[in-house]
Ligand binder design. Structure first.
Ligand SMILES: [Zn+2]
Length: 92
């Protein structure tokens, strides 16, 4: 059985599904290396990872280093989107 020809999108889904665990340092060394190697080679995943990391550091600043509850994360993302929408409306 060869894994060499599997489509990249399958790989990306697999990686992105684990990005949160990676950021929380919940993965073993081998899995972390796998994700790091993929991010180094895959620009769309690296973009996605940057967004996750930005949200994470924002939440960490607000909550003193606790893990981000998903409700808070959703709220932060929602406020970012609302702020962007307001900025666009004011420019018009
Ligand atoms: Zn990827």
């Amino acid at each position: 059985m060869s894994d060499l020809q599997k489509p990249p999108s399958t790989d990306c889904e697999h990686m992105l599904a684990r990005v949160h665990e990676f950021l929380d340092h919940e993965l073993d060394t081998a899995s972390s290396d796998e994700i790091r190697a993929h991010l180094a080679a895959c620009e769309p995943c690296l973009d996605q990872f940057d967004v996750e990391q930005a949200v994470r550091s924002l939440v960490n600043r607000c909550c003193g280093g606790d893990k981000a509850p998903s409700a808070l994360r959703t709220k932060v993302l929602g406020q970012l989107a609302a702020a962007q929408a307001t900025a666009h409306a004011q420019q018009a």
